[in-house]
Design a protein around this ligand. Sequence first.
Ligand code: ATP
Length: 418
Amino acid sequence: MALTAAIVAVGSEMLGLGREDTNGPHITERLLDVGVSTLSRVVVADDRRTLVSVLRAALDTADVVVVTGGLGPTCDDLTREATAQALDRGLRRDPAALDTLRQRFAHYGRTMAAVNEQQADVIEGAILLPNPIGTAPGQYLDLGAERSLFLLPGPPHEMKGLLESDVLPALRERAGGTVIARRQLRVAATGESDVEQIAGPIYSRVDNPRTTILSAAGDVELDFVATDISLEAAQDRADALAREVESALGARVYSDDGRRLHEVVAGLLAEQGRTLALAESCTGGLIAGRLTAVPGASTFLDRGFVTYSNASKAQELAIDPALIERHGAVSEEVARAMANGARRVAQTDVGIGVTGIAGPDGGTPEKPVGLVYIALAGLGGDIVRRCRFVGERERVRVQAVQVALELLRRALLGLPPL
Ligand code: ATP
C-alpha cells in the first residue's frame, strides 16, 4: 500500500484573489514521485482554531502531513503553536536554533528583534530542519506507526529546498522502494463522457495503475499512474493499460507522450514539409498563437489573417461580398471561402477558416451563440464542420481552436475527418 499524505498551506492571503497556493500542487507532484499519494490539500487562514482542527483531521487520515507557511516571526504565524496544540505537545525554545538565528542576523549586520526568537520554538519530539536560505527552520516529527509530520516555511524557494533535502529522501526510504511511473493519453474535440464511456470499462478493472480523467475545453487527458518495485516494472504497468485504452479510443488519441495538440500538429506539418495559412474570425488569431508557441513554426506557418469585418474578408481573402451578403458571415459557405481564400492568397498546401459567434451577444434563433463553422481546404479535401459549442466566450473560442487543429491533424495523417 502506498503512503498517503495531507497537505496544509497556511496563510490568509491565499484565500483572496491575490495569492495562489503554489506550494500545495508542487508538493503533491513531488510526493507522487516518491510513491506517496495525496488525499487532501487544504488552504487555511491564519486562525488558530481552524488550523488546529484542520491539522487534527489531516493527522487522523493521512500517513504523512506536510504543512507550509506560518513559521515566520509575526503574531499571525501560528503554525508552530497550532501544531503543538493539535498534537497535545509542548513547545520549547531551542538554544542551538536561537544561536543559529542570531548568527544569521549578525552575518547580515542586523540585530535580531525579540519577536524572531519564537522561530526557535520547537515542538516536543521534533527535529529541526535547517533552512540555509531563510530564517524559519522546518520541523520533522516521527509520530510512530509509520506516521510523520513536516513543517516547512512558506516562501516557495525555501519550501522547495527543504522538501528536496529532507522530506523526499525520508519518504523515499519509508515508501519501501515503491516507484511511480506515468503515462498520459490526450484526446481532442471529444466530450469527457464519450471518452469515459469507452475507457471506463477498461481502466476501472484495475487499481494499479490508478487512472484519472481531466477535461478542459476541447481536450481530455487520461493519466495512468502505476506503482511497482522498480521504475521499469511500474512503467510497463502504466504503458500496458495506456495501450489497451488507446486501442479502444483509436484515432481519437492525438498524443501519448504529454505533447499538446498544437505541438503534435506543428510536428506533423514540419515533418511532412507542409505549409499552412489561417483565416480566423471568432478565434481572432488564437490558432496562430498556439502554433507559433512551438519553436520553428516559420517552417510551416506562412501567415494568419484575422478577418473580423466583412470588408476584410473580401479584401484580404478575395471573398465575393455577395457570398457574405447571401449566406451571412457565419455560414458554411463563408468558412469554406475563408479556408480556400487563405490558401490561395498565401499559396500554401493547407488553409483553415473559422467563423462563428463566440457570444455573449450576437446570437439569433437560427445562428445561436456557440455556433462556429470550421473549414479546411487542401490536402485533397475541402471540409467544413458545423459546431455548436457550449460555454462562455473564451470556452467557445478555445473549443473552436481545438476542433480546427484536430481537423488538421486528421487531414495530415489521412484519417477520417471528425
Ligand atoms: P517567513 O519566515 O518568510 O515569514 P513563513 O513560513 O512564515 O516564512 P509565510 O509568512 O506564511 O511563510 O509566507 C511567506 C511568503 O511565502 C508569503 O508572502 C507568500 O508569498 C509565500 N507563500 C506562503 N505560502 C505559500 C504557498 N502555499 N504557496 C505559494 N506561496 C506561498
